[in-house]
Design a protein around this ligand. Structure first.
Ligand SMILES: Nc1ncnc2c1ncn2[C@@H]1O[C@H](COP(=O)(O)OP(=O)(O)OP(=O)(O)O)[C@@H](O)[C@H]1O
Ligand SMILES: [Mg+2]
Length: 468
């Protein structure tokens, strides 16, 4: 039975936006003396406690997030619907802690099965075999007939933002190694399409709004690097959101269409001097810093207009400006505690000096991997942060809260209440982004098509049914 009428959508402030981040984690099992175990087996043991808790390896948690095993034995954490960038940063970090918390029990189960070893989870974008996996960004936008033309206006921004939001990596080639802005850039194959496997588009146009389909679309961006540094995540999502505000107000962005996005993203990634230019569709040539500067300029022009000034907006703009400046002046010292590629490069250079080795030395490859280890004690990023060498956007308490509590201001609040109550009641239930359902002989379902609605009488009825 479907409970009640789906209420009319809240008349929300058009500046509000639903934001979500999905992270696929790299999984590695290190067992020098044990029999070979497949990644699927390791993932199965890692998720055993999840299955015990939620009777599935694809669950929604009390904080509104989705946790599951993706193809290729990658654990994936998709944050609940957030409606501020800072809140999203906390929920993204909460995901790292939640997957890490599975490790000890997973190792214990492997040990019981006769396999002694350590499970490693990496928040990165490529494994040692060169496979790429992702961090996907989700932005709610108001539906419009010209969605593809609208989204394509952001491609020059997405191609060039890696100079301020890239996570950095050592790229090894037959000619030697060099440092690049983004590990993800080489794995992008086109600007936009609805495919994810055959070809990897920067913006996926698959139309799955997880909301009122006549009102909204979910813009699904898969070009970004996974980022561990809170300020970089803030800038990655925040700058995109600011440009969307301009476009959604039907104002213009500077004309920056590129001649060839796929080529441009690689050219930019592989030149950390920032001097390389890319060709625009109109024949002009610009550097990535020029492209970013144009976007930044557009945002500044609309400050106190469609973009209301807040502390969060100021923090995003400040880091964006300093990041572009660092590339222009080739002096990253002003951002190397905030922008991930610079944080990592500084670390790598320090070790390289100490070891007196070349950039393609395998010890540096191991250091790079260890940087992304989500373990608070072992992970190199986490140790840098604990030592105060990386700036914070949220507090430890914010992250701890986000591990169990949903964002209070979105639909996730309803999902979180439902999951908590359903678990306590022992009823069978199923949940997805838009449904809450009590299963069994007297099934009841609530359809939640409005991601901004955080109170709903139908959910109160559902919760009462769980009590009964
Ligand atoms: N209406 C919405 N607008 C924007 N983002 C949303 C909306 N509803 C949910 N989200 C966010 O979208 C993400 C969906 O994650 P999920 O991993 O389920 O992605 P998917 O693209 O639907 O599926 P899959 O990864 O299986 O292909 C979550 O981070 C969630 O918070
Ligand atoms: Mg996903």
């Amino acid at each position: 039975m479907m409970l009640g009428e789906v209420p009319t959508p809240l008349d929300v402030d058009p500046r509000r936006r639903i934001l979500g981040l999905e992270t696929e984690f790299g999984l590695h099992f290190d067992a020098p003396n044990a029999r070979a175990v497949t990644p699927e087996e390791v993932a199965g043991h890692l998720f055993h406690s999840v299955v015990e808790w939620g009777r599935s390896s694809n669950v929604f948690l009390t904080n509104g997030a989705r946790l599951y095993i993706d193809v290729g034995a990658h654990p994936e954490y998709a944050t609940a619907e957030c409606d501020s960038v800072t809140q999203l940063v906390a929920h993204d970090k909460a995901g790292e802690r939640i997957v890490h918390d599975l490790v000890a029990r997973g190792e214990a189960r492997l040990r019981a099965a006769g396999v002694e070893g350590s499970i490693y989870l990496y928040k990165n974008n490529t494994d040692s075999a060169g496979n790429s996996y992702g961090c996907h960004e989700n932005y709610l936008v108001r539906r419009r007939a010209d969605f593809k033309a609208f989204a394509s206006l952001l491609l020059p921004f997405f191609v060039s933002r890696q100079i301020v939001t890239g996570s950095g990596c050592i790229t090894r080639t037959p000619q030697g190694a060099h440092y690049s802005f983004s590990p993800r850039a080489d794995h992008m194959w086109e600007g936009m399409s609805s495919a994810t496997t055959r070809s990897r588009p920067m913006i996926n146009t698959r139309d799955e709004p997880h909301a009122h389909a006549d009102l909204y679309r979910r813009m699904h961006v898969i070009v970004g690097d996974s980022t561990m540094a809170e300020p970089t995540t803030m800038l990655k999502v925040g700058a995109t959101d600011l440009l969307l505000r301009i476009l959604e107000a039907r104002l213009r962005l500077p004309e920056l269409a590129l001649a060839n996005e796929m080529q441009a993203i690689r050219t930019i990634a592989h030149d950390v001097t920032g001097a390389a230019t890319v060709e625009l569709a109109d024949g002009r040539h610009m550097t990535a810093a020029d492209l970013q500067e144009s976007c930044l300029e557009a945002v500044r022009d609309h400050l106190d207009g469609v973009i209301e000034r807040t502390d969060e907006v100021d923090a995003i703009l400040d880091l964006w400006e300093r990041g572009v400046g660092a590339v222009r002046t080739q002096d990253a010292s002003g951002v190397d505690t905030e922008i991930e590629w610079a944080i990592k490069r500084r670390l790598i250079e320090r070790y390289r000096d100490r070891l007196g080795c070349a950039l393609d030395d395998p010890r540096l490859a191991r250091l790079e991997m260890a940087y992304h280890d989500v373990s608070p004690s072992r992970g190199v990023f986490n140790r840098l942060q604990a030592d105060g060498l990386v700036k914070r956007v949220v507090s430890e308490q914010d992250i701890l809260n986000a591990q169990t509590q949903p964002p209070a201001t979105t639909r996730a609040a309803l999902r979180g209440r439902f999951v908590t109550a359903a678990l306590a009641s022992g009823h069978d239930y199923t949940v997805d982004w838009v449904h809450l359902k009590i299963s069994g002989t007297d099934p009841r379902t609530v359809l939640l098509k409005d991601p901004f609605r955080n109170v709903d009488e139908r959910v109160d009825v559902l919760l009462a049914a769980l009590d009964g």
